[in-house]
Design a protein around this ligand. Structure first.
Ligand SMILES: [Zn+2]
Length: 382
């Protein structure tokens, strides 16, 4: 029988933010600094729940390249004048991805242009917060379901206040062995307002009070191991780099020569000829505010080789720099994540009343801490 366990996963709960804001809910005396993975929340949450690196679980980025046979290839049949921003077209794309291609978890079309969408794929088809969600990789939720003690989960689909209310009630009631609550409100506050804003501080205070009430409820009903953790940190945005005009001036064609994908901190390129590669490399090597990641570095970061479905060339912005405009939308952001995991502000945190793997640990070690005996398995690689 597993010990009763409560996991509260707060998106963007960073080590530095907790230190600066004095975030320390009573009773959770153990604290570890947690190295995140290169990527965004999808990669990080999949690593938390599988214990595997992004290259191993295969869910590094929301969008992968798929020059032929992508789920949105039918867009090529529409007149060029129809923008992907048109509401009916967005609805149709979303319906198509969910109903025809079986995408069950979180995704967004953001501001990805019409001309790029036909050549993309969404590697994450499952719902990461449900059993089977990272298949073929095994998650802690799979292991719990297999053992006949399925986790109770509150994810991004449930209002945060309601999630905390229901978790507290469930813990007080004394039934259930494993609880997972995921909260995304802090991440969105940080993007909007930045790390120093009072609204971020008050959300952290609210979280602190909620967690203390849940700890009390657990103590009164037989005790529980409690883990509060984040998936990555957050860095205030200081400047921006615009890569699109320079890439456009190279005169290369999409999709003949290359396909680009501009995330907020990473520009990825699938390239189809040596000359296109050489020209992009030259341009990106000279672009300020970031650098091209080498093959070996990509591997050592657990993001796999640079070749293949996530791109042949990956340009990573320096901490505090955003790529703008990007395919993530034109809106300005006050803070961002998705930088190199060794950047000071990218480290996450894990607080607990139970033993932790060490003062310094990595996201891939979380699964074994929250579910002792869990052995990572499955996955796609490296
Ligand atoms: Zn975020």
């Amino acid at each position: 029988m597993i010990e009763r366990t409560i996991v509260i996963l707060i998106d963007a709960l960073g080590f530095e933010l907790c230190r600066a804001r004095g975030f320390a809910p009573a009773g959770l005396d153990r604290r570890a600094r947690v190295r995140t993975v290169l990527g965004f929340s999808q990669a990080a949450i999949a690593t938390i729940l599988t214990g595997l690196s992004p290259a191993e679980h295969g869910l590094w980025m929301m969008y992968a390249f798929r020059p032929e046979g992508g789920p949105l290839r039918w867009l090529r049949l529409l007149p060029r004048s129809v923008s992907a921003r048109r509401r009916w077209l967005r609805r149709l794309m979303e319906w198509n991805l969910r109903r025809v291609h079986g995408v069950r978890g979180y995704f967004s079309l953001y501001d990805v242009p019409r001309e790029i969408l036909p050549y993309l794929d969404l590697p994450a088809r499952g719902d990461i917060f449900a059993p089977g969600g990272a298949a073929p990789a095994k998650t802690v939720l799979d292991e719990l379901a297999d053992a006949g003690t399925p986790a109770r989960v509150w994810d991004y689909r449930v209002d945060e206040e309601r999630s905390f209310d229901e978790l507290e009630t469930a813990v007080s009631g004394g039934c259930g062995r494993f609880f997972l609550l995921y909260a995304a409100g802090l991440d969105s506050d940080l993007h909007r307002y930045g790390t120093g804003d009072g609204r971020v501080a008050s959300r952290l205070e609210r979280y602190g009070r909620r967690i203390e009430r849940i700890s009390d409820a657990a103590r009164r009903s037989g005790g529980a191991r409690i883990f509060v953790l984040g998936d990555h940190g957050m860095c205030d945005v200081r400047s921006r780099v615009d890569l699109m005009p320079g890439v456009g001036r190279l005169g290369l064609s999409i999709p003949g020569d290359y396909i680009p994908f501009y995330d907020s901190t990473m520009a990825r390129f699938r390239v189809f000829s040596a000359s296109a590669r050489a020209r992009l490399e030259e341009l990106l090597a000279a672009a300020p505010g970031g650098r091209l990641l080498g093959e070996e570095e990509m591997r050592s970061l657990g993001a796999g080789g640079a070749g293949g479905r996530f791109g042949d060339l990956v340009y990573l912005a320096d901490p505090g720099v955003v790529i703008a405009p990007s395919h993530m939308g034109a809106g300005a952001v006050a803070a961002m994540h998705g930088y190199h995991p060794d950047a000071e502000d990218m480290y996450s945190v894990m607080l607990s009343n139970a033993p932790l793997p060490g003062d310094e640990t990595a996201l891939a070690s979380v699964a074994g801490a929250i579910l002792p005996g869990f052995v990572p398995a499955g996955g796609v690689g490296p």
